[in-house]
Design a protein around this ligand. Structure first.
Ligand code: Z5A
Length: 219
């Protein structure tokens, strides 16, 4: 892999990776990290919910299966509490330092999971987004997409299920539908990847997208 000499590669970019359960985010984020390293692009890898000690504690609260029913509004507020900390403490400072930020999920996941999955009002999510982020948004969203049943079958091969993974297939269908609707609304920001294909094929698609982002065709 030759190093990138394009000056736009050295301006911090905020890149998020999204998708439904079992879509292969972890696998492909490792690939993206290796790709950025190969290009000599300084970056940090982080995740949501989480990314700071406080936000990681909130993540544990959010993911732990529990007998008590979690009110959707409580879940939504915890997502944004963790995000407020993460944006201010980690994401914005890294971008200001000229680094790329590779983030495993961000606010698009809130629209997809709390909006499409839990059926919370999208306007309420937008209000919190505006309160926590102002106009701050990812430069590019890589959306890994596949049929829900395929993703759930892949995920079933892993260990114990967290609180979200225990949801019904219809919940994840709402998540997928919302991601796809958002991608359709903002084609300049979303990059859709057919994640049902072989891993080699998926990573070829992602490398093609990364080349376009680095050459300044987005953001
Ligand atoms: N959440 C939310 O509700 N609201 C929010 O605002 C935010 C998050 C930010 C934690 O997320 C939960 O938080 C999440 C949504 C909620 N809950 N769920 N579900 P997470 O991102 O940490 O959790 P995750 O969705 O389980 O992500 P993951 O660990 O990255 O899983 P994955 O996407 O399934 O990736 P994987 O482990 O790489 O792949 C799964 C398997 O498929 C694995 O065995 C791979 O080897 C295999 N794989 C991958 N690619 C392929 C291909 N192409 N072919 C065949 N097999 C493949």
């Amino acid at each position: 892999m030759t190093k990138n000499t394009n000056p736009s590669a050295h301006v911090g970019r905020f890149l998020t990776v999204e998708g439904v359960e079992g879509v292969g985010k972890t696998t492909n984020i490792d690939f993206i990290s290796g790709w950025l390293e190969g290009q000599g692009i300084p970056y940090i890898h982080t995740r949501e919910p989480g990314g700071t000690p406080l936000a990681e504690e909130i993540r544990e609260l959010l993911l732990a299966p529990r007998k008590e029913q979690v009110a959707p509004t409580a879940e939504l507020l915890m997502m944004f509490a963790a995000r407020a900390q993460h944006v201010e403490q980690v994401i914005k400072p890294a971008l200001a330092d000229g680094k790329w930020v590779l983030c495993d999920r961000f606010t698009d996941a809130t629209y997809a999971y709390q909006g499409g999955g839990r059926k919370m009002d999208f306007n309420k999510i937008a209000q919190l987004e505006s309160m926590v982020q102002g106009e701050f948004r990812p430069d590019a969203v890589i959306l890994l997409d596949l049929p829900v049943a395929v993703g759930l079958a892949r995920a079933a091969k892993r260990g114990a299920l967290d609180r979200f993974e225990q949801e019904a297939e219809s919940f994840f269908q709402g998540v997928r539908d919302t991601y796809l609707a958002r991608a359709k609304e903002s084609p300049s920001r979303y990059w859709l990847v057919d994640a049902e294909k072989s891993l080699d094929n998926v990573q070829d698609q992602i490398a093609h997208i990364l080349n376009k982002i680095v050459s300044g065709q987005v953001g």
